[in-house]
Design a binder for this molecule. Structure first.
Ligand SMILES: Cc1cc2nc3c(=O)[nH]c(=O)nc-3n(C[C@H](O)[C@H](O)[C@H](O)COP(=O)(O)OP(=O)(O)OC[C@H]3O[C@@H](n4cnc5c(N)ncnc54)[C@H](O)[C@@H]3O)c2cc1C
Length: 585
């Protein structure tokens, strides 16, 4: 559909759907949420609103070669031990141990379901799932997403593919569904629901990717480039409480492509080296104070080496023989097939030359760190009727594939308990009309409008976040004045959002993606400003506050006032449930 055809709002059709449970985002957590709902109550009306197509959407779209968390009970692993490990990975917290424990308790069941559905999981000689690390199991997961999607559809969920959510439907304080638009059919959708689960993944593309420079591509990132933080943004606009957004996640990835390094380093024993040939992990980053270093410390290693004049950095693939190099490429086909092409394009024999590595751009991902909605044990957010799961839900890091799927199931259980007690009020037509106007405004302005195209604004945002709010080109470092400057620029861009125009539906989606990213960026910078300490070097490095401040051993929270737009930042205490030294896992 193009702006040449549609000139006024009345010409845009509105479709109203009524359902019991709305799931926004049919990724990993979303598919598990739908499966759980229809299994528990087959007569329940369950609707999935998915921006892409659920068969190949989100983090799992291209496949996976490992499930990072599984408890091998024969090795003495327990849910409590996993929580302790996760806490130590975060340098001793703060994490929501209650949430992490409840995820861990059903983790194996969730992973076993995947195998039952047809996912090939590699087994060892003893017939157990083959371990790659302490909790990490190997899978042949190229088909992981289609397998999940098939189960959600088979269970009878109504799936609205290529419908992007744009805002929550709010009645008083309560969420009663969501609104959005068809990115292919151009319709405006109003989905009224007794309960809603948001499972839209994390936020990618807030910062400039180091690969964008190299390839000019906007989609060369590690996280799914189409998960732009809309789930967070909708909550932020509705006044939901967010937690720990300042816990940014950055990763070590291959340079100029953002390819997987864990598979090469952990799976194939190719150690990280610097330009001088030194094994950097062993020599500098593996241990802190005699203990194994937390994850964020290790992930910062290559960028530190660059900063200190010992770059470039590599994974030393020269330890591989040709047969192992072939096996490695086969494994990579399960997770990031295009990486195999990239390796070929380097024109090197990786058994003779090491492969360069670098840091990624920072992401907000509540399945990796603790960023996202503040939720109760039932996964209800602070907006009644709205539940969150997977990367969208905060407080409990290191969930990854199994934990996000498990949380989808838990959010459904919470939502089912809630929806029994409520009825569905009619949607407020003024709110619906206002959102329709907001959503289609860039489209109605049309391609002839003398304004800003979404890509220009996206590039401006990513660059300012990179420069002022600790992106990879600044070695993740930031200080007060730069952060204040970042906020100033973000506000300017927010004011300019009314100049965005879209010539076609794809551009319209990009316009809303950048508006949503701006909302997330603004609140993220407030969190970064509030944490006047350095608790997770690399993920959150304050040059002006280089030490840990014991007074900030707590959660940093925020709520944006929907009326005034003012962002209030405050703290919540950390509650340790599992005894023991928090830095030891
Ligand atoms: C490249 C990569 C490799 C990884 N490797 C591993 C690994 O080896 N092992 C492991 O355990 N974990 C791994 N992870 C992490 C793991 O995959 C994720 O933590 C987890 O799958 C996230 O699940 P989710 O449901 O929260 O998000 P997703 O599965 O990403 O689902 C989010 C869904 O929301 C949809 N959506 C987004 N915005 C909207 C909108 N506005 N309206 C409607 N729908 C929307 C998306 O299209 C998507 O379908 C990896 C992640 C990535 C990106």
């Amino acid at each position: 559909m193009s702006a040449k055809i549609i000139k006024n709002l009345d010409e845009i059709p509105t479709e109203i759907i009524e359902t019991d449970l709305l799931i926004i985002g049919g990724g990993n957590a979303g598919c598990f949420a739908a499966y759980e709902a229809k299994t528990q109550n087959p007569s329940l009306r369950v609707t999935i609103m998915e921006k892409a197509h659920i068969s190949r959407s989100g983090a799992l779209a291209a496949g996976m070669d490992a499930i990072n968390t599984y408890l091998r009970e024969d090795k003495g692993e327990t849910p409590e031990k996993l929580v302790k490990w996760s806490r130590a990975q975060m340098g001793g917290g703060p994490i929501r141990e209650d949430l992490a424990l409840s995820n861990a308790e059903i983790l194996n069941e969730t992973v076993d379901l995947l195998e039952e559905w047809g996912l090939p999981i590699v087994r060892d000689e003893g017939g157990q799932y083959k371990l790659r690390g302490r909790y990490d199991i190997s899978i042949q997961g190229e088909q992981l997403k289609p397998i999940m999607a098939e189960k959600a559809m088979e269970a009878g969920a109504q799936v609205l593919n290529r419908v992007a959510a744009t805002n929550l439907l709010i009645e008083g304080e309560r969420c009663i569904g969501a609104m959005g638009f068809g990115v292919r059919d151009g319709k405006f959708y109003v989905i009224r629901a007794k309960a809603t689960i948001v499972s839209t993944g994390g936020a990618c593309g807030i910062y400039k990717s180091p690969v964008t420079d190299y390839s000019g591509s906007h989609h060369q990132t590690w996280m799914c480039p189409f998960n732009v933080g809309t789930g967070y943004a909708m909550g932020i606009r509705a006044g939901a409480e967010m937690t720990s957004l300042e816990q940014r996640w950055v990763a070590v990835r291959t340079k100029d492509f953002c390819g997987p390094v864990d598979t090469i380093a952990v799976g194939y024993g190719c150690l990280m080296i610097n330009g001088k040939g030194e094994r950097i992990m062993e020599e500098r980053y593996a241990h802190v104070g005699g203990e194994k270093a937390p994850r964020f410390f290790r992930l910062n290693a290559p960028m530190n080496e660059w900063l200190e004049g010992r770059g470039p950095t590599y994974v030393d693939t020269r330890v591989l023989d040709p047969e192992e190099a072939k096996d490695l490429r086969t494994d990579l086909l399960n997770e990031r097939p295009t990486f195999v092409l990239f390796l070929a394009s380097l024109g090197i024999d990786i058994t003779k030359e090491p492969v360069e590595i670098y840091g990624s751009d920072p992401y907000i991902v509540g399945g990796h760190t603790g960023s996202g909605y503040w939720v109760g044990i039932d996964r209800m957010t602070t907006v009644p009727g709205l539940f969150a799961a997977g990367e969208a839900a905060g407080g409990s890091p290191n969930k990854f594939v199994g934990g996000c799927g498990s949380e989808g199931r838990l959010a459904t259980r919470g939502a089912l308990g809630y929806l029994k007690k409520v009825s569905l009020p009619p949607a407020d037509s003024a709110q619906v009309e206002q959102e329709k106007k907001r959503v289609f405004a860039p489209f109605l302005r049309g391609p002839e409008f003398d304004g800003i195209n979404p890509v220009e604004m996206e590039e401006r945002l990513q660059r300012l976040m990179d420069e002022y709010a600790g992106g990879v080109h600044q070695f993740y470092r930031m200080n007060e004045e730069r952060l204040v400057q970042a906020l100033k620029h973000i506000r300017k861009l927010q004011d300019q959002a009314e100049l965005l125009y879209a010539g076609e539906l794809h551009d319209l989606m990009s316009a809303h993606e950048v508006i949503d990213r701006l909302n997330v960026a603004e609140v993220l910078v407030h969190h970064l400003l509030f944490r006047k300490e350095t608790r997770w070097p690399g993920w959150q490095t304050r040059m002006d506050y280089p030490e840990v401040d014991p007074k900030l051993d707590c959660f940093v929270e925020s709520v944006r006032d929907p009326k005034t737009g003012e962002v209030k930042v405050f703290t919540r205490p950390y509650e340790q449930l599992i005894p023991g030294d928090r830095t030891k896992g």
